[in-house]
Ligand binder design. Structure first.
Ligand SMILES: [Fe+2]
Ligand SMILES: [Fe+2]
Length: 351
């Protein structure tokens, strides 16, 4: 049972679309018509009525809502198409907990909805929770199919925009707090790196296309880990030499998985294979040095190391941002100093 469903009852679904999209950014939204009987609709947290109360079928619809058996007081926002006092009174009599003008901006309506339904949360909190859920669903299925075969690259596209929206709307800290509530190691890491990469790309004011490119690459950079044995992947503490050799195969393995999946862009392929390369040639799997390592890989490598440092594990205390940034700064020669400085500004400036 999804307790975060909001029902929009509308007698003009075409004109309610902007409202439905705005509600969809904070909750699951179901649109129903005036003939809704309310008895088979399942659980929901609130209702927005975008209807003309002068119509008898509109009033009947709200009366049926008010008389549902076992009903507790459901928040009901009526968008009124007239500002006469008699319409407000009628709406209140029909169970409205709030009346707003039907001409109000959808974002404003959503702000009021959140205050009515989730008074302890902000719109940004709900946007981030919802977007983590969306990208998380895409990544769960992608990582599962990667265990045995290729992945659905077109489906991955659905996971990209939610990351960029959530970072833009809610900031990196909210994203990290939400991601940390999920405990699967690879899932958590992919979402962590994607949020950090999105925040870095947005702070560098990269084009929308480049922000999407980096976020996509971040989401799948460790897809090869889905084929690493769990006893190595989840081992608390340090890996021995043999285990480390197995773990390091995740980069070429990921590259193979994405190549076999088709329609993967060259940047994502390069990031997946080379995100553990270092500018001084000390990385893996190809021991590339500076000239052979492109900018997107350099950028993602910084995001990846930072994310690994701040990750939360049952067996280790989370490292504070300041200490993680100090470690990155100390890797000068292996990481690009100027990029590390820009990264530190991005992470510290992002709410
Ligand atoms: Fe990796
Ligand atoms: Fe990684």
């Amino acid at each position: 049972m999804d307790r975060s469903v909001i029902v929009v009852v509308s007698d003009r679904p075409d004109r309610s679309k902007a409202l439905v999209d705005a509600v969809g950014s904070v909750a699951e939204c179901r649109v129903v018509g005036l003939d809704e009987t309310w008895d088979r609709i399942g659980a929901f947290r609130g209702v927005i009525a975008d209807i003309t109360l002068g119509r008898p079928e509109a009033r009947s619809c709200l009366r049926r809502l008010a008389s549902r058996p076992g009903r507790t007081r459901t928040p009901l926002i009526c968008l009124t198409r007239s500002d006469s006092q008699s319409v407000f009174t009628e709406a209140r009599n029909l169970g409205a907990t709030m009346c707003l003008s039907a001409h109000a901006e959808p974002r404003m309506v959503v702000g009021s909805l959140v205050r009515e339904v989730w008074p302890e949360k902000t719109v940004a909190d709900l946007v981030v929770t919802r977007e983590v859920k969306r990208t998380g669903a895409v990544m769960t299925s992608l990582l599962k199919s990667a265990q045995t075969g290729p992945v659905d690259m077109p489906a991955l596209e659905r996971g990209i925009e939610p990351v960029l929206d959530a970072i833009h709307e809610g900031g990196l800290t909210r994203w990290l707090d939400e991601v940390w509530t999920h405990d699967d190691v690879t899932f958590q890491h992919c979402l962590l790196v994607s949020g950090v990469a999105a925040a870095f790309a947005q702070s560098l004011q990269l084009s929308k296309a480049d922000c999407q490119l980096l976020t996509r690459a971040a989401l799948v950079h460790d897809v090869g880990k889905s084929r690493i044995p769990l006893n190595i992947l989840n081992k608390p503490g340090r890996l021995d030499d043999d285990e480390r050799a197995v773990m390091q195969t995740h980069a070429p393995l990921g590259h193979e998985i994405l190549k076999a999946s088709g329609s993967c862009d060259p940047v994502t392929l390069a990031v997946t294979r080379h995100h553990h390369e270092m500018l001084d040639g000390s990385g893996y799997p190809d021991r590339l040095s500076a000239a052979a390592i492109g900018d997107p890989v350099r950028l993602l490598t910084i995001c990846d190391i930072y994310s690994a440092l701040i990750e939360r594990r049952p067996y280790k205390a989370p490292m504070p941002t300041r200490d993680a940034l100090a470690i990155l700064s100390g890797m000068n020669g292996r990481l690009e100093g100027g990029l590390v400085q820009a990264f530190a500004r991005a992470v510290q400036d992002t709410p």
